[in-house]
Design a protein around this ligand. Structure first.
Ligand code: GAL
Length: 651
């Protein structure tokens, strides 16, 4: 068995049937083993209500199977056809400005629409009945990228009714809701659940607890939609194939952990250059990594989705060349497709599937690169993907082991920090990413955990400004034999987005006894300086005034505290540079006897079983410390976009 396999996203409905066999042969000749099809094909499967055309899909599946290609078949619910929308216009989502979003692109549906839920079950059931036991089908993808194009939250009148029902189930009575939300403020009090509206179009900001519950409600709709679809495959006789959904990068609009509970394996769509361009990175970083991506961006998501998939993940869509949707769409380095694929494999991916097989010269994504040109000839990415396929053949199969370090990440905290940002650049995703980057620059493997995870076996737990944590979580932290590094803003809200009774960091006071009395939200350019060892640093963005009986480990030059420690746990009460975070982590790792090795800029290390992968994202060439005898791929000298793999001595 190979360490992982290569796949491709393919749209037979975009090409004349005469070329399908040739396309399938070419895929196979390039080392491709898996082909994902069908996620947007509803209008071809059911061209008019109740009339199914299976012929083309039967032929496409048989054509791929004839080349021994394995198929991931999708349910086509991401694109309801026009006839369905005409019949039931209430399916369409409504944006925060109360505008109905129209037909003409994709994802034009509301998760809470009862009729859409029924129609989705009907079309998926038809596809499943037809193909569930087809021998070429190895797995299923449900829908496509839930929530993409801001489609998690919808504000239709019918969404409001569903929200009211949700509130009834989640609050004891309306008095309890009024109390939890603090509706006495500004005379917002409600007399019944039926009075509670949608939190959009209010004169100024809506009540944060109202918004947070609306977000939870919307997230639960995604979970329920996915769960119902999944149930079809559970109930289908003879269907034992794995089921997945392809999640996105930089995307936190619903709770992926709860959706993941209904999946066998989590997959995600990795577009490192598009997201570098769109992300919060500095202009200098965007230039430095413009053709390979940020050293930690894909890695963070690989680790996140390994957690969402409870240990099993893969990349369903891997960027092959320039995308069409960022502001600047850089051409990747020639080696990037293989590099990104191998990086995913290093983090435990079971397969890496490239998006897409052939570039379509028309419609919305005509400028999106593929493995083959619109003419059918090889595109620049083709040879790199072929090389990756050959390399994977040679590598021994290993799984990922538990990492020494865990990083906490949870979706309600993302929503809470978005609802009341309080300072720019302090949202949960960006904070988590910064702490992740600091740990990765020390050559560490990291597992991502949520507030419900088992923490046993970790040596260091990072709580990177996670806004909502509860007592039960803190009890589990205390029971595990580990050191915690807690970032500013952690534990600063309760489950209803209110300040904790005992002030921030709420239940985390049981780990480091201190109270946050005030937050200085610092405008760009405002800083406080401090020294650590021989170096000086600056806090920015966010700085808390803390009340603590113990003296801080470090004070800023203006006398304010910065780093508090108690019983092996640590609290940093400000936004600090990544380099400083990595120094704090080194102290903790030393105390916990976890081996680490600070890496040069842009070099990253990751282990999978007995294999160690080194990947260089930096424009500077780096040397890694590999013993030639154990090197199984590449060499010690790595230029940008190059990687090496070595195997531990006694394996
Ligand atoms: C993904 C999506 C694909 C395609 C791709 C382009 O978000 O799932 O269908 O649009 O982006 O990069």
């Amino acid at each position: 068995m190979a360490l992982a396999s290569i796949g491709v996203c393919y749209y037979p409905e975009h090409w004349p049937q005469e070329v399908w066999a040739e396309q399938a042969r070419t895929m196979r000749s390039g080392g491709i083993e898996l082909v994902r099809i069908g996620e947007f094909a509803w209008s071809r499967i059911e061209p008019s209500p109740g009339h199914f055309d299976w012929h083309w899909l039967d032929t496409a599946i048989d054509t791929l199977a004839a080349e021994n290609l394995q198929i991931i078949l999708c349910t086509p619910t991401a694109c309801p056809p026009l006839w369905l929308i005409e019949r039931y216009p209430e399916i369409l989502p409504v944006d925060a400005n109360d505008n109905v979003r129209r037909f003409g692109s994709r994802r034009h549906y509301r998760f809470a629409s009862a009729v859409y839920r029924e129609e989705s079950l009907r079309i998926s059931q038809a596809v499943i009945d037809r193909y569930a036991t087809h021998p070429a089908i190895v797995g299923w993808q449900l829908d496509n990228e839930y929530g993409c194009h801001e489609t998690t939250l919808s504000y239709a009148a019918d969404d409001e009714r569903a929200f009211q029902r949700w509130l009834e189930m989640h609050h004891v009575d309306i008095d309890a809701l009024n109390k939890a939300w603090g509706t006495v403020f500004w005379s917002q009090e409600y007399r019944s659940f039926a009075e509670v509206g949608r939190p959009n179009l209010t004169v100024t900001e809506a009540n944060p607890a109202h918004r947070l519950d609306y977000w939870r409600f919307a997230s639960d709709q995604v979970r329920d939609f996915n769960g119902e679809q999944r149930q079809l495959l559970r109930e289908c006789p003879g269907s034992d194939r794995w089921v997945t959904h392809n999640f996105m990068g930089n995307f936190v609009d619903f709770d992926h952990f709860t959706v993941g509970e209904d999946l066998d394996i989590a997959t995600w769509d990795s577009y490192p250059l598009g997201f570098l361009d769109q992300g919060w990175f500095s202009d200098e970083e965007k230039l430095r990594y413009r053709r390979i991506g940020h050293p930690d961006w894909a890695a963070f998501h690989h680790d996140l989705y390994r957690a969402v998939g409870r240990g099993r993940f893969a990349v369903m869509e891997q960027q092959p060349g320039p995308v069409n949707w960022a502001r600047s769409n850089a051409q990747p380095l020639d080696s990037a497709p293989a590099f990104w694929g191998m990086e995913a494999v290093a983090h435990g991916a079971e397969f890496v599937s490239f998006f897409r097989y052939q570039q379509l010269p028309r419609a919305q994504e005509q400028m999106h690169a593929a493995l083959r040109l619109p003419t059918g000839d090889a595109a620049p990415a083709w040879s790199s993907v072929n090389q990756l396929a050959q390399e994977l053949e040679t590598l021994p199969a290993y799984g990922s082991s538990q990492a020494p370090v865990a990083l906490l990440f949870d979706y309600p905290s993302c929503w809470a920090s978005t609802i009341q940002p309080h300072a720019p650049g302090m949202d949960q995703l960006e904070n988590a990413f910064q702490y992740y980057s600091a740990a990765r620059s020390l050559g560490l493997d990291i597992d991502i955990v949520n507030t419900r995870s088992n923490l046993h076996g970790y040596k260091m737990l990072i709580i990177p400004g996670t806004v909502i944590v509860d007592d039960a979580f803190v009890s589990r932290v205390k029971a595990a034999d580990l050191s915690c590094l807690i970032g500013a803003r952690s534990g600063s809200r309760d489950e209803h987005c209110a300040l904790p009774d005992a002030l921030a960091p709420g239940p985390l006071q049981r780990l480091v006894p201190l109270r946050v009395l005030a937050v200085d939200s610092m405008r760009p350019g405002a800083v406080r300086s401090f020294s650590y060892g021989q170096e000086t640093f600056e806090t920015s963005r966010w700085h808390e005034s803390v009340d603590s009986e113990s003296e801080p480990r470090i004070r800023c030059d203006d006398g304010s505290g910065l780093w508090y420690s108690a019983g092996g746990n640590h609290y940093i009460n400000a936004h600090v540079p990544t380099k400083f975070l990595s120094l704090v982590m080194q102290e903790i790792l030393l105390a916990q006897t976890v081996p680490y090795a600070p890496l040069p800029e842009g070099l990253r290390i990751r282990r999978r079983g007995a294999l160690t992968f080194a990947l260089n994202f930096s424009p500077d060439t780096h040397r890694v410390d590999i013993d030639d005898a154990h090197c199984v791929l590449g060499s010690a000298q790595l230029a940008q976009g190059e990687y090496a793999i070595w195997q531990q001595a006694n394996d």
